[in-house]
Design a protein around this ligand. Structure first.
Ligand code: ZN
Length: 141
């Protein structure tokens, strides 16, 4: 081994480059899709599942040292700004034409100012249907 340079992968300095953490939430809500041609034009409810992803380097000081962000901080912010506002509500009272895509955009606007590093939202409307919104989606074409 002596004298040989290590492969580049072995020289990655973990913690210097950003990585992503993710937390899951749930809320129940009703909605009507007024423009839909099928049954979604009738009032109905979903058990929404929300994934919130935060990206950044690891903090090097303070109580969140070694973390991108404290999971408890993310939990508190998402409950305060999103879950408490949407749970057991009729989404049409808050969001125009509340499709999964529009709900995800609404959540992004609520969270972005208070959650630095917000990187991705995944809003599951059913077990197999979701909308995904990423920070990279906002880059001008
Ligand atoms: Zn629906």
């Amino acid at each position: 081994m002596g004298g040989r340079t290590l492969p580049s992968r072995a020289r990655i300095r973990f913690g210097v480059f950003p990585m992503q953490i993710r937390k899951h939430f749930r809320f129940e809500a009703a909605h009507v899709l007024p423009y839909h041609s099928g049954k979604c034009a009738r009032m109905h409810g979903h058990s929404y599942r929300l994934e919130v992803a935060v990206r950044g380097p690891l903090q090097s000081h303070g109580p969140a040292r070694g973390m991108i962000e404290d999971f408890d901080t993310i939990k508190r912010l998402v409950h305060e700004h999103v879950v408490d506002a949407l749970d057991h509500q009729t989404l049409n009272d808050l969001i125009e034409n509340p499709t999964a895509e529009h709900i995800a955009m609404w959540i992004w606007k609520r969270l972005d100012p208070s959650l630095p590093g917000l990187d991705e939202l995944v809003l599951w409307e059913t077990a197999n249907s979701c909308a995904v919104l990423r920070r990279s989606d906002f880059v001008a074409p």
